[in-house]
Design a protein around this ligand. Structure first.
Ligand SMILES: *Cc1c(COP(=O)(O)O)cnc(C)c1O
Length: 241
C-alpha cells in the first residue's frame, strides 16, 4: 500500500524557502511599482517533475495554488497533495483525457479550441459541475505551440460562452522566451479588449502570464497570475514542453 509523505525534518527544503521568499518579494515589488494599489497578483507553483514532499513544503509556506502539466503525472501525485491546495491544469490537454481531470482540478488554463471546450462541457455536465477555464493564446504565433491565435481569441471566447457547463474566467499565454515588452503589452491589450466586450457568462478576472524568467515583466503588463517552476523548485531533471 502506498503511503503519503510524512512531514518531518527530512521534508525541509531550505532552497525552496529562500526561493519562495525572494519570489514573493519580487512579485510585491513589481506589483507596487507598476500596478494600481487595489490590484493583486497570485503566484502558482508549477509542479512538473517535482516530488509531492517538496510541493507540500512549498504549500506550507503559502504556495497553495498548483499548476499541473501532465494528466498522468498529476493523477499519480494528487493523492499526496495537501488537501487545501487549489489545482489548475496548465498543460496541453487532449480531449480524450478530459474525463480523468474534470472532477480533480479547480480550473483548466489551456483551452484553445471549441472541440476541447465542448468535451469539457460534456464531461462537466456528467458530474453536474460548471468548469472554470482560461483560453490559451498563442501570443508568439509559434507554429509548434498550442493556443488560439491572437485574431481568434474573441470569437473563441464567444463560442465557449454559449456552453452551459463551462465558464470563461480569463486568458493564459506563454510569451516566447526572450520576448520584448511589446509581446506582453499585446497580450494585455487582447485581455482588455475581450473584457470590454462584457460577454454574458464570461468573467475576465485572470490574465495568467509570466514564468520564472519573465514574471516581473508580465506583472508590469497586466498579469495577475504568474506560474513559477524552476525559480521556486530548482532546475527540472528533464526537458519539458
Ligand atoms: C513549466 C511551465 C511553467 C513554469 O516554467 P518555469 O520557467 O520553470 O517557471 C509555467 N507555465 C507552463 C504552462 C509550464 O508548462
Amino acid at each position: 500500500m502506498s503511503q503519503g509523505p510524512v512531514k518531518t525534518a527530512d521534508n525541509y527544503f531550505p532552497d525552496v524557502l529562500e526561493n519562495y521568499k525572494e519570489i514573493c518579494y519580487n512579485i510585491e515589488n513589481a506589483r507596487a511599482k507598476w500596478r494600481k494599489s487595489d490590484e493583486t497578483v497570485r503566484m502558482m507553483a508549477v509542479t512538473k517533475t517535482v516530488a509531492p514532499e517538496k510541493i507540500n513544503f512549498a504549500a506550507s509556506l503559502g504556495a497553495r495554488l498548483l499548476g499541473e502539466n501532465r494528466v498522468q503525472e498529476f493523477l499519480s501525485k494528487k493523492e499526496f497533495y495537501d488537501k487545501d491546495c487549489e489545482v489548475h491544469f496548465i498543460g496541453h490537454l487532449q480531449t480524450n483525457k478530459v474525463k480523468y481531470i474534470i472532477g480533480e482540478v479547480a480550473l483548466i488554463q489551456s483551452v484553445d479550441s471549441i472541440k476541447l471546450a465542448g468535451e469539457i462541457n460534456r464531461q462537466a455536465a456528467k458530474i453536474n459541475r460548471k468548469m472554470d477555464v482560461l483560453v490559451e493564446v498563442n501570443i508568439g504565433d509559434e507554429q509548434t505551440k498550442s493556443g488560439v491565435s491572437a485574431d481568434g481569441v474573441l470569437a473563441l471566447v464567444r463560442e465557449i460562452s454559449a456552453l452551459e457547463n463551462v465558464s470563461v474566467k480569463g486568458l493564459m499565454a506563454i510569451p516566447p522566451i526572450g520576448s520584448g515588452e511589446e509581446v506582453f503589452e499585446k497580450m494585455n491589450g487582447i485581455f482588455q479588449r475581450v473584457k470590454q466586450e462584457n460577454i454574458p457568462g464570461v468573467s475576465m478576472e485572470t490574465l495568467s502570464m509570466g514564468m520564472s524568467g519573465d514574471y516581473e515583466l508580465a506583472i508590469k503588463h497586466g498579469s495577475n497570475l504568474v506560474r513559477i517552476g524552476t525559480k521556486l523548485f530548482g532546475a527540472r531533471k528533464y526537458l519539458e514542453g
